[in-house]
Design a protein around this ligand. Sequence first.
Ligand SMILES: C[S@@+](CC[C@H](N)C(=O)[O-])C[C@H]1O[C@@H](n2cnc3c(N)ncnc32)[C@H](O)[C@@H]1O
Length: 329
Amino acid sequence: MRSRPVANCRRDPTWSLDQAVDLNLSGREHHRIYVHDRYAPGVTVLEIIQRSAQFLAKRGVDSPRLQIELLLAHVLQMPRLKLYLNFDRRLTANEVEQVRKLVKRRGQREPLQHILGSTSFCGLEIAVNPNVLIPRPETELLAERAWPFLNSRAAGGAPSGLDFGTGSGCLAIALAMKCPAAKIYALDVSPAALAVARENAERHSVAERIQFFEGDGFSVLPANSRFDLIAANPPYIPSAAIGTLQPEVRDYDPRVALDGGEDGLDFFRRLAAEAAAHLNRGGRLMLEFGDDQGGALRELFAEHNWIVESIESDYTARARILIATAPSP
Ligand SMILES: C[S@@+](CC[C@H](N)C(=O)[O-])C[C@H]1O[C@@H](n2cnc3c(N)ncnc32)[C@H](O)[C@@H]1O
C-alpha cells in the first residue's frame, strides 16, 4: 500500500497505529518515523494503555481500556493487575511491536479470545479458534444447572450426559470435571470443532471420559443411546439476524454455530421431537436459548408433551435456560 503524506498522518490520530503495521510489513523502516510520537519504543505502560484504549474506542470496541490491558498483560506475560504497579515501565521495541500488531487486530474487531487463543469457562481455560463458538457466560449457567443434576443421578451407577453441539467442548469438559463418576458424550457436525474439543479435553485430562461423535444430531449416535442428561446450546440466531450482530460474532464465530434457521428455532424443533427417545427415565433436557425465545419454547415443548420444570434467567435477569423432563412413553 502507499503511505499517506506526513501532514495527513498527523491529522489522523489513528494513523500512527494501524498504518504503521502495514508500512512495517512493507519493510520500509524509514516510514516508522511517522509513528514515533505514538508507538515508539520507550513508550510507558500507562501511555500505551491510554493511546490504545483511545484507538480501540474509535473502532467501536467495547470496554477498550480492559481490552488493551488484557492484550498488554498477555504480551508482557504478567497478570493484568500487575500492570498497575508498572505504569512507568518502558516497553522495548519488540514489546511495542507485538502490542501494536495485537491492537490492530482487535481494532479490526477480531475477538480478544481469538487473539489470546483461549477463554475461561467455569474456571477452566478453553482453547478457541475460528472453528468454534467462543464460550459465553450464559452457557456457564447451563453448566452450573447441569452438573448437580448429573451428580444427583450417580447413586444408580455412572450417570451419562450428552453435550449436543459441543463446539470447543466447554460444556462436556466442565461436566466431566464436575461429575467424576459420569460418562460424557459429545457430538458436533463440525470436524474442525471436534478437533478443538478433543484438544481441550486432553488439556484437562478428561479425554478418556468423553466420547466424541461427528455428524448431524442424534443420527450419529449408536442405536438406542440413552442419557440421564442432554444439554445443548444449539445454534439459535434467526438466519436473517446474523448480519446485524456485532462484528466479533458475525465475522468470527462459525456460521454453523449461530444459524438457527428462519426463526432461530430449527434446532429446538428437532430437540423437542427427538430428544425424548434418548433420555433415561427421569432424565432431563437442559437448553440454552435466545433471550426473546422463552415463550416460543414453552409452547413448542408443551406441544410435544414435555414437562417444563423451569425456565431460568441469566445474570441480567433474562430467561435463557429451559429445563424439561421427557413426556411419559
Ligand atoms: C452455539 S454452538 C455451541 C458450542 C458449545 N456447546 C458452547 O456452548 O460454546 C452450536 C454448536 O452446534 C454445532 N452444530 C450445528 N449444527 C449441528 C448439527 N446438525 N448436529 C450437531 N451439531 C451441530 C455447531 O457446529 C456448534 O459447535
